[in-house]
Design a protein around this ligand. Structure first.
Ligand code: ADP
Ligand code: S3P
Ligand code: MG
Length: 461
């Protein structure tokens, strides 16, 4: 988007602001919708917050978001506050009006839209909220607003939970919320054994780099969860989500909440409504930017498996070799799968594996099998997972490297050289079209290849 005399400014007030994903959300929206607006971070200190809001209004800034630590204090600088935001006691979105800004809480509205997008209902449900910080207030309001039957809010220090419960019960005029000490969760498991809970994880426990931390690790608790929603999205799958999933519950992270709080803010600033198709495009960009998976594609023998192992070590990422994953799951070798069930069956296993793993992986090096990108649906899935690196190898090098190899069913028997050339002629253009970068590997040492890929990955952060 060209910046010109008509460009309007949007921005984020926070301290710190460097790691925000909001510019990505809003600038992508402006790009897609062809709206002449630019969204920038404003690093603002507490002491200057009121002046910043005043100045923003004078500078004709169209709208702003507020993040930590300003969500409460900023309310004093606004001319009007939406009912939900007032009840929650926090504002994250400022919408320009004739004489100042009106405050909204689109965090709460965003979470509500996330639940709708996943088809999670709260009406007449029993809900547990873990944690009693700022985010928990927004969750509590939303649960009350959506008609939950019972809402238990659990926190290590019960007083904070009690304040939220009293505020919400008072605001809605019913005794739906109960505060409990976190350690007393066992009491909830004793009653109504058939009735499962929707659980919101609103603490910062489990946030990267403490990926293995979790607020409750007792498996009995997770047996009673029907849906678990973690407000964290980094890591993409938290320990809390893993435990939910392992117990057979649905588990979602907070990335769609982040997406929708941004989308709703943008809708309010521009008085428009944004379609799910547009939301999905923005979501894909968010996914790509936070998950940082690195995907290796290329012809048999180009080194996907070998380079993948070394690259994962170097980046300190997890490793997933799609072929090994399929072999482990099937309990036999790829060669055997081809022999028993045929190639098409194997191709479907590849597609199923990607679908199954897509939502779970982050910070992982993924080595694919050479034929996997030949299905366009697989390439689409890979794009959502991360950056695609094509290891480009010459046919004569493949023949050299794989002479005597018995594990690759497509390269057994006579005329291997000819078959490699023919297959490579078909696949080369597909690899190129799918790739974010192409790395030539013929005659290059593994270390050097790993170095080149890691500089590319680290440069993009
Ligand atoms: N850059 C390289 N230089 C020399 N040999 C390599 C290189 N990369 C891989 N190899 C060798 O080539 C063979 C095939 O590698 P592999 O990682 O299994 O490829 P892919 O998974 O792409 O089929 C292995 O014996 C491996 O040690
Ligand atoms: O190119 C292919 O069609 C195949 C490549 C193999 O993986 P590598 O590329 O790691 O050898 C394996 O998935 C299977 O034998 C089929
Ligand atoms: Mg391999």
């Amino acid at each position: 988007m060209e910046i010109n005399g008509k460009t309007r400014l949007l921005g984020l007030l926070g301290d710190p602001v460097q790691h925000t994903l909001s510019p990505l959300i809003h600038n992508t929206l402006s790009d897609i919708l062809g709206i002449n607006e630019v969204y920038v971070p404003f690093h603002t200190h507490k002491e200057g917050l009121a002046d910043a809001v005043k100045g923003a209004f004078e500078l004709n800034i169209l709208g702003m978001n507020a993040t930590v630590p300003h969500k409460n204090e900023i309310m004093a600088s606004l001319v009007d506050i939406d009912e939900g935001a007032a009840a929650i006691g926090a504002v994250n979105t400022l919408v320009r009006t004739a004489n100042g800004y009106k405050g909204y809480n689109t965090d709460m509205m965003g979470l509500s839209r996330e639940l709708e997008s996943y088809g999670v209902e709260l009406d007449s449900k029993r809900v547990i909220i873990l944690g009693a910080g700022g985010a928990a207030r927004a969750v509590a309001y939303m649960c009350m607003n959506k008609g939950a039957d019972k809402v238990y809010i659990l926190n290590r220090t019960i007083e904070k939970a009690q304040t939220i419960a009293e505020d919400m019960n008072g605001h809605f005029g019913r005794e739906t919320m109960t505060a409990m000490r976190l350690g007393d969760y066992g009491q909830l498991l004793q009653e109504n054994v058939d009735d499962k809970f929707v659980v919101f994880q609103s603490t910062s426990i489990g946030l990267a780099p403490n990926n293995e931390a979790v607020v409750i690790d007792d498996p009995h608790f997770y047996d009673r969860v029907s849906v678990g929603i973690d407000l964290i999205y980094n890591p993409f799958e938290t320990k809390f989500m893993k435990l939910c999933r392992q117990a057979g519950a649905l588990a979602y992270n907070g990335l769609r909440m982040l997406l929708y709080q941004g989308i709703i803010a943008y809708e309010l600033w521009n008085d428009i409504s944004i379609s799910e198709d547009v939301a999905d495009i923005v979501y894909d960009r968010l996914l790509q930017s936070i998950r940082e998976n690195v995907i290796l594609i290329g012809f048999m023998g180009c080194g996907k498996t070998t380079v993948g192992e070394a690259l994962a070590r170097k980046l300190n990422f997890d490793l997933l070799d799609v072929d090994s994953y399929i072999e482990d799951k099937a309990g036999c070798s790829i060669k055997q799968i081809f022999a028993d069930k045929g190639e098409e069956y194997f191709r479907q296993l590849e597609t199923d594996t990607l679908k199954e793993l897509n939502s779970r992986l982050s910070h992982t090096v993924i080595s694919t099998g050479g034929g996997l990108p030949m299905r366009q649906a697989n390439v689409d899935e890979l794009r959502r997972m991360g950056r695609i690196i094509y290891l480009d190898v010459k046919p004569e090098e493949v023949v050299r490297r794989l002479a005597g190899d018995t594990t690759r069913p497509l390269l057994q028997g006579e005329n291997v050289d000819q078959r490699v050339r023919k297959l490579m002629g078909q696949r080369g253009p597909v690899y190129e079209a799918a790739a974010d970068i192409i790395v030539p590997v013929t005659g290059i040492e593994i270390d050097e290849i790993v170095q080149e890929i890691s500089s590319y990955i680290e440069g993009g952060r």
